[in-house]
Design a protein around this ligand. Sequence first.
Ligand SMILES: [Fe+2]
Ligand SMILES: [Fe+2]
Length: 278
Amino acid sequence: MADEDYHEIFENFERKNGFSAVPEVVSDVLFTLDSDRASLGEIAEIIKRDPGLSANIMKYANSGAYLLSKSLSSVDQAIRVIGMKPLKGLCLAIPVFERYGHVAGVRETWLHSRATSMACSILAKAIKFPEPDVAETAGLLHDIGKLVLAVATAKFFQSQIMIADSRDRDADWRQEKRLLGFNHCFIGAWFARKFNLPQILIEGILWHHEFEKSSYGRDLACLTFIGDQMAVAVGKEHPDFVFVEPGIVRALNHLRIDDRLLREVLTECLGRVARMAA
Ligand SMILES: [Fe+2]
Ligand SMILES: [Fe+2]
């Protein structure tokens, strides 16, 4: 596929209001977060202007993503638990996944993304990854490119959903590259760049299926891939590809995760996913 073809896909997506449709409140949150002098209180006040976003953020914080002793009853409490760094990814992801929730495969991709974010956060803690917040956000946004495919190339995406569990097919990202000329990782990186996300996060999203190609954020890309595969292993698979990839062995070796540690993180992930509200 030629360059102009995928530009056309992006434009087609934007024409349907795409990411530009994020509520004004989200733009204000992003602007304030980017200003480097934002406080959690200030962010909470902005979020409260949008009752839908407020309710969704509270729902997310209460839905098993975090270990809580009791449920949270205010936006202030919820964003304190979530923390400043993951908030940007969350404020971007929630409205777009919500907006396109009716499109085939989007709801399943959201559940998979939430499970991946949780798995990345558990894994980051277990291996003492220096930036656990970034790992959590990378997990949440790693497949945002699939949302664009689901909306802008609905026919293609639905054809992939139909063969999600067929044994003799390529992995989703390989298949996309072969048939479209680019894949959801590439689109995800475009999204991350568009919203001025940190370079390490762009790399983590771009290379989450090919971590060896990342020179700047290889460990994050690798961790994101393992989190993605853990989500598949505990039953929150992709709507368009349901298998664990053989590349998981190389990724586990790269981060020196042995069988015992893998069992531990998978067990915790399974418990947390079971508590995750649909
Ligand atoms: Fe992916
Ligand atoms: Fe994924």
